[in-house]
Design a protein around this ligand. Structure first.
Ligand SMILES: Cc1ncc(C[n+]2csc(CCOP(=O)(O)OP(=O)(O)O)c2C)c(N)n1
Ligand SMILES: [Mg+2]
Length: 186
C-alpha cells in the first residue's frame, strides 16, 4: 500500500484531532491529503515526531493524538517507544510507515530492510497495543480499533514508494506551530 492511501484513510476518520507528521514524505502526503490547523509538520526535527506526539497526548488527554512517522526517523529515537510505554497515554496512536529506506535523502536502505522489527521493539518496550498492516484494508482495521479502544497504540505499516513528485506545505513552520497550538489550547 501507499502512505498517501493510509493518510487519506486517517483524515477521513478525523475532525479536529492533532496529527503530528514526520519530516519528508509523511509531512508532504499529510499536507496533500488535507491541510488543517491540527496538522503539525515537523520539518527538520528528524526522529522527534513520537516524542512530540507523546507530549501533545499528555497535554490534550481529551483527544486522540496521531503520529505519522517514518522507519528511518523512529530508528533514531527508539528510546521514545520505552518512554511512551512508561507514560502510557491511552489517547496516543503512533503510526509508522515503513518503506525500509530513508526515502527523502535518496532511498538508502534502513535497518528494517535487514530485519529490524519495529513492531517487535514497540511490544518489547511495553506498548500493549501493537498492530501490523501490509494492505490498506488491514490498516483500516487497525486504525478503527485504535480510534475506538484505549492505547497507546503502535501501528506498523509496510508501504511502497512510487517515486511520484510531492509538493511542500505552503504554511510557514512558525505559523503552523501557532495554529496547531490554538487547536487544543483555544
Ligand atoms: C538529524 C537529522 N539527520 C538527517 C536528516 C536528513 N534527513 C531528512 S529526511 C531523512 C530520511 C527520513 O527517513 P524516514 O523517517 O524513513 O522517512 P522517509 O523519507 O523514508 O519517508 C533524512 C536522513 C535530518 N533532517 N535530520
Ligand atoms: Mg523510511
Amino acid at each position: 500500500m501507499l502512505r498517501r492511501e493510509g493518510i487519506a484513510a486517517l483524515l477521513e476518520r478525523l475532525t479536529d484531532e492533532p496529527v503530528i507528521a514526520n519530516l519528508g514524505p509523511a509531512t508532504f502526503d499529510l499536507h496533500a491529503a488535507g491541510d488543517r490547523d491540527a496538522n503539525l509538520y515537523t520539518w527538520g526535527a528528524m526522529g522527534l515526531a513520537s516524542s512530540i506526539g507523546l507530549g501533545v497526548a499528555l497535554a490534550a488527554p481529551g483527544s486522540k493524538v496521531f503520529v505519522t512517522d517514518g522507519d528511518g526517523s523512529l530508528l533514531m529515537n527508539l528510546g521514545s517507544l520505552a518512554t511512551v510505554a512508561r507514560q502510557s497515554p491511552p489517547n496516543l496512536v503512533h503510526i509508522v510507515w515503513d518503506n525500509r529506506m530513508w526515502y527523502e535523502t535518496g532511498g538508502q536502505p534502513t535497518h528494517t530492510s535487514t530485519g529490524t522489527d519495529l513492531a517487535g521493539v514497540a511490544l518489547a518496550s511495553g506498548i500493549r497495543n501493537v498492530a501490523k498492516a501490509a494492505t490498506l484494508a488491514e490498516f483500516e482495521v487497525a486504525l478503527d480499533r485504535a480510534i475506538r479502544e484505549p492505547g497507546p497504540w503502535f501501528i506498523h505499516v509496510d508501504v511502497e514508494e512510487t517515486g511520484e513528485p510531492r509538493a511542500r506545505p505552503s504554511v510557514a513552520p512558525e505559523e503552523n506551530l501557532l495554529r496547531f497550538r490554538r487547536t487544543f489550547t483555544g
